[in-house]
Ligand binder design. Structure first.
Ligand SMILES: *Cc1c(COP(=O)(O)O)cnc(C)c1O
Length: 429
């Protein structure tokens, strides 16, 4: 493929944008090479500035569950845009989407719209702290909750020590209030809670980890956390920014029958416009201003374009439950096809899937938490990534991201992808 225009744009972009990109993973740092500049997309296809076409397995990192430029979503945005792009005053649309979400998710009585998943997670822990009067938060190594200071923390030297900032600019003061546990290890969490008795405000996690590949929760893990939080008066926050309305209409909570105290959303609920939200139990959400003392606000929160897009997409998902069955079948076909190719060529891999989130770890180990995910062969991943890109298949440019399928993928797209994968794997010999 010819990437002349993308290369020129990347060169230009680096003069005026840090690293040439507005979010680091787009820079292809973990796979090498030049990021592709996209000019348009439709359904399951991305088109770049050189006119190359790709089958898309990122779906804008989640939102495009029904594919790009979905006609009803586009029409809703166009219609509302003609009436202005923001009012800074309440609208009926905000009630519509709030009602839809609260009806879809049993544990969510009230919901507040924000502008990104990052903002949703930052706000949720603030509310949990305000509500409990406690300071500490437990998160899991490898789970991503956006770039709020409290989440950019690594495990300290021992499991029971305080966390350490993983980015300059995060203060040790912030780090000391974030405790890091091992994903899928209930004992580890229980120990942290015991050592920090009556100090832990919240436990936050991705119910299906989607930012260290795709790692499903072990049997009993979510239920165990639920009981622990109940016993200890801790707010359980499920970060469903990725899983919400993707793994099932009611998200991972519906799939695993676990109810959180607070839930965060993003991605799909905005259908590709900048949206996040946090919601949950009435008594906790009433702690939020203006009813309660915990301050949180946003000039563009509940933006009409974003609400119209999100509402249109969510309504389609609600009214067409077969979409989830179709996505399940497509995802199973892809995952099984790719797994078979790897097996035929004796390439060790650990394969995971929850609905339309698919993970392939190039490792001979089982993967239940970050340290195991980290054994994946990153050089091999980079080769496969570029081999697929060359053949017109756009996989996430990082070994720590899951594939996110959209329902606009056709059987032909999937067959083509599996064939391309087979060619790439065969060419590695
Ligand atoms: C993407 C993501 C976020 C951050 O959302 P942004 O909109 O990028 O700020 C938070 N949590 C999870 C689980 C995510 O996948």
């Amino acid at each position: 493929m010819n990437y002349t225009n993308s290369k020129a744009l990347y060169e230009k972009a680096q003069h005026v944008i840090p690293g040439g990109v507005n979010s680091p993973v787009r820079a292809f740092n973990s796979v090498g090479g030049t990021p592709i500049f996209i000019s348009k997309a439709k359904g399951s296809y991305l088109y770049d500035e050189d006119g190359n076409k790709y089958i898309d397995y990122i779906s804008s990192w989640g939102p495009m569950l029904l594919g790009h430029a979905e006609p009803d979503v586009i029409k809703a945005v166009q219609d509302i845009a003609a009436h202005s792009t923001s009012f800074g005053a309440p609208t009926k649309l905000e009630i519509d989407i709030a009602e839809l979400i609260t009806e879809a998710v049993p544990g969510v009585d009230k919901i507040r719209m924000v502008n990104s998943g990052t903002e949703a997670c930052m706000s949720a822990i603030r509310v949990a702290r305000g509500y409990t009067g406690r300071n500490k938060v437990i998160k899991f190594k490898g789970c991503y909750h956006g770039h709020g200071d409290s989440f950019l923390i690594e495990a300290g030297s021992g499991a029971l020590t305080m966390g350490q900032p993983s980015s300059p600019g995060v203060t040790p003061g912030t780090a000391q209030d974030t405790l890091i546990a091992r994903f899928n290890d209930l004992e580890d969490v229980t120990r942290l809670v015991q050592v920090n008795k009556d100090e832990v405000a919240a436990i936050i996690l991705e119910p299906v980890a989607g930012n260290m590949g795709c790692i499903p929760p072990a049997d009993g893990f979510l239920e165990g956390l639920r009981s622990l939080c109940d016993e200890q008066g801790i707010v359980l926050i499920l970060d469903e920014v990725m899983t919400g309305f993707r793994v099932a209409f009611g998200g991972a909570q519906a799939l695993y029958s676990v109810t959180a105290d607070l839930v965060t959303y993003g991605k799909i609920i905005g259908a590709g416009l900048p949206v996040g939200a946090y919601g949950g139990k009435k008594e906790i959400m009433e702690y939020v201003a203006p009813t309660g003392p915990v301050y949180q606000a946003g000039t563009l929160s509940g933006n009409p374009l974003a609400m119209a897009a999100g509402y249109t997409l969510l309504k389609k998902l609600r009214d067409n439950p077969q979409i989830y069955a179709e996505l399940e079948a497509k995802s199973a076909k892809l995952a099984q096809g790719m797994e078979q190719v790897l097996n035929e060529h004796n390439i060790p891999s650990y394969n995971t899937r929850v609905g339309s989130m698919v993970g392939i770890f190039y490792t001979d180990q089982t993967v239940h938490s970050f340290d195991e995910a980290n054994t994946t062969d990153q050089k091999l991943f980079a080769k496969i990534f570029h081999g697929m890109l060359e053949r017109g298949v756009y996989l996430p440019p990082s070994p720590f991201e899951a594939l996110f399928l959209s329902n606009s993928l056709t059987d032909e797209d999937l067959d083509y992808t599996i064939n391309a994968f087979s060619e790439v794997i065969a060419s590695l010999k």
